[in-house]
Design a protein around this ligand. Structure first.
Ligand code: ADP
Ligand code: X2W
Length: 291
C-alpha cells in the first residue's frame, strides 16, 4: 500500500502533464517505430503503453513501423543476400514479395496486436490499402545520383483522408512502409521516408523517430539536443552523420521544412521514451528546427 505522501507525489506527476496534454489535445503525433528499436518484450510493451496513453488523453497517434531486421532475417532463410545502396534495400521481384509478406503479414500484425493488448484500438494498413501511398520507381538517391534499386518507391502522394477518419473514429493507424502505383505494383519504401510523408500529409504537430541511439551525435560523439536543418545537412556532407542515420535525418529535415512543428529522434531503447519526450520540458534525444 502506498503512503499518502507517495500518492500525493503521483498526483503531482499527473498534473505536471496537464499543460502538455492541453497543448497536444486532438493533435496528430506520428511515431516511426524502427526495427532496431523493437528489441525485447518489455520495450515493445512500454512503446505500446505510451502510444495507447496518448490516445486516451485525446491526442491522435499514428504509427509507421519499420522492420528492416525482420526482412533481412527472412531473406536469409530463402538464401537471398540483403544488398543496400544509399541505405536503401535493393528490391527485386522476389525481395519485394518477401518484404511485403514480412512487413504486412508479420511486423504490422505484431504491432497491431501489441497495441490492442494494451487497450488501444489499432488498425493495420500498408500504403496499398485505400491507395494511401502512391509511388513511382525511385531512380535517384538524395544527392541526385542515378541508382538502380528495383522496386523501391518514391512517394508521389499520401492520401491522408482515411488516416484522419480512423483517428477521428478512435483508432490508431499502424502503417507498413509499402506503396503502390496505378498498375498495382507494390514498392518497398524506407520507413523513415514514409513517416515523414505521412506526418506532412496529415498536418501532424509532432513526428518522433524511435531508434537505437540516444540521438544525433556530433563529431565528438556527444548528443546534439537541438539541430538546425542546415547544420544537419552540413553534418551529412562532412560524414559525421552516416549510414542509416542519413535517411532518418533527411526525413526529419523534410518534415520540418514542410511544416511539421516538432520533429525528434529519440532513443527507443529507453523505457517510456515517448512519454519522457512528450511530457517533460527538456525532452530527450535530438530536436530539429528550421534554420
Ligand atoms: N551522427 C550520428 N549520430 C547517431 N547515430 C548515427 C550517426 N551516424 C550514423 N549513425 C548510425 O545510425 C544508426 C541508426 O540508423 P538505423 O540503424 O537505420 O535505425 P532504424 O533501424 O531505427 O531506422 C545508429 O545506430 C548509428 O549507428
Ligand atoms: C527501401 C528500404 O530500404 N526499405 C526498408 C523498409 C523497412 C524499414 O525501413 O525498416 P527500418 O526502419 O527498421 O530500417 C527495408 O527493406 O529494410
Amino acid at each position: 500500500m502506498n503512503t499518502i505522501d507517495e500518492r500525493i507525489e503521483r498526483a503531482g506527476i499527473l498534473t505536471e502533464a496537464l499543460p502538455y496534454i492541453q497543448k497536444l489535445y486532438s493533435k496528430t503525433i506520428v511515431i516511426k517505430y524502427g526495427g532496431n528499436a523493437m528489441i525485447n518484450e518489455d520495450l515493445k510493451r512500454s512503446v505500446m503503453e505510451d502510444i495507447t496513453l496518448l490516445k486516451y488523453v485525446g491526442m491522435n497517434p499514428v504509427i509507421v513501423h519499420g522492420g528492416g531486421p525482420d526482412i533481412s532475417e527472412s531473406l536469409k532463410t530463402y538464401h537471398i543476400e540483403s544488398k543496400f545502396v544509399s541505405g536503401l534495400r535493393v528490391t527485386d521481384a522476389e525481395t519485394m514479395r518477401i518484404a511485403q509478406m514480412v512487413l504486412v503479414g508479420k511486423t504490422n500484425k505484431e504491432v497491431v496486436s501489441n497495441v490492442n493488448r494494451n487497450g488501444g484500438k489499432a488498425i493495420g494498413l500498408c500504403g496499398i490499402d485505400g491507395k494511401i501511398i502512391e509511388c513511382e520507381p525511385l531512380t535517384e538517391d538524395s544527392e541526385g545520383n542515378k541508382i538502380d534499386v528495383g522496386f523501391v518507391g518514391k512517394i508521389k502522394k499520401v492520401n491522408a483522408e482515411i488516416l484522419k477518419s480512423l483517428c477521428e473514429d478512435e483508432y490508431i493507424p499502424v502503417i507498413a512502409p509499402i506503396g503502390t502505383d496505378d498498375s498495382g505494383q507494390s514498392y518497398n519504401i524506407n520507413a523513415d521516408t514514409v513517416a515523414s510523408a505521412v506526418a506532412t500529409a496529415m498536418g501532424a504537430e509532432k513526428l518522433m523517430f524511435l531508434t537505437d541511439v540516444e540521438g544525433v551525435k556530433d563529431a565528438k560523439g556527444d548528443i546534439i539536443f537541438e539541430i538546425t536543418t542546415s547544420s544537419a545537412e552540413e553534418l551529412i556532407h562532412v560524414g559525421t552523420i552516416n549510414g542509416g542515420m542519413i535517411p532518418k535525418v533527411r526525413a526529419c529535415v523534410k518534415a520540418v521544412l514542410e511544416g511539421v512543428n516538432r520533429v525528434h529522434i529519440i532513443d527507443g531503447r529507453v523505457l517510456h521514451s515517448i512519454i519522457l519526450e512528450i511530457f517533460t520540458d527538456t525532452g530527450i534525444g535530438t530536436m530539429f528546427k528550421k534554420g
